[in-house]
Design a protein around this ligand. Structure first.
Ligand code: SAM
Length: 151
């Protein structure tokens, strides 16, 4: 069995510079049914399970108007990713590829982006379908898809 952080043949790491403080504030936490990377979908689908975006205070008010949109972009921090790979084996691609030619979660700044379908809003919790991240993944941002109003 492959240990999740183990290097595979041909993969190359570098010693990355120490991270700068980019000043990110996690605005919430994502609740999904998945507790291991191997069982998490590679890309979310709009017919996938309902997941919950729990927004922390003081950001709850910032949800006002979000229900006018049918789809949203969700930006999150893939917190369990290693950040030192420059060449890696993609999930399906044969051979080794550069990190920036893949949507792999293993990248210098492990930011994930998904377009999700809005299911509903319950107080400070947004219900969506279309995610592909672990339960407990930190949430960075939420943006409407301006081309897809529900009104
Ligand atoms: N949809 C996003 C994107 O394209 O930017 C993420 C795609 S990435 C291929 C999704 C995979 O990242 C999952 O299948 C899982 O293996 C891994 N993953 C999910 N949540 C993670 C987390 N919190 N930390 C590290 N890896 C994670």
């Amino acid at each position: 069995m492959l240990v999740e952080d183990e290097l595979r043949e041909g993969e190359v790491t570098v010693v990355p510079p120490p991270p700068n403080d980019a000043g990110l504030v996690f605005i919430g936490r994502i609740r999904t049914p998945w507790s291991s990377r191997s069982e998490t979908p590679r890309q979310g689908r709009h017919d996938g399970p309902v997941c919950r975006l729990e927004i922390f205070e003081p950001w709850g008010q910032a949800l006002q108007g979000i229900d006018h949109y049918a789809t949203l972009d969700v930006v999150y921090w893939l917190h369990q990713s290693r950040r030192d790979l420059v060449l890696q084996r993609g999930h399906h691609a044969s051979g080794v590829r550069g990190t920036f030619s893949l949507r792999s979660p293993l990248r210098p700044n492990p930011i994930g982006i998904s377009s999700v379908a809005l299911v509903g809003v319950e107080g400070n919790t947004v219900l969506v379908r279309g995610l592909d991240c672990l339960d407990g993944t930190p949430l960075i941002d939420l943006k409407p898809d301006r081309c897809n109003h529900s009104l």
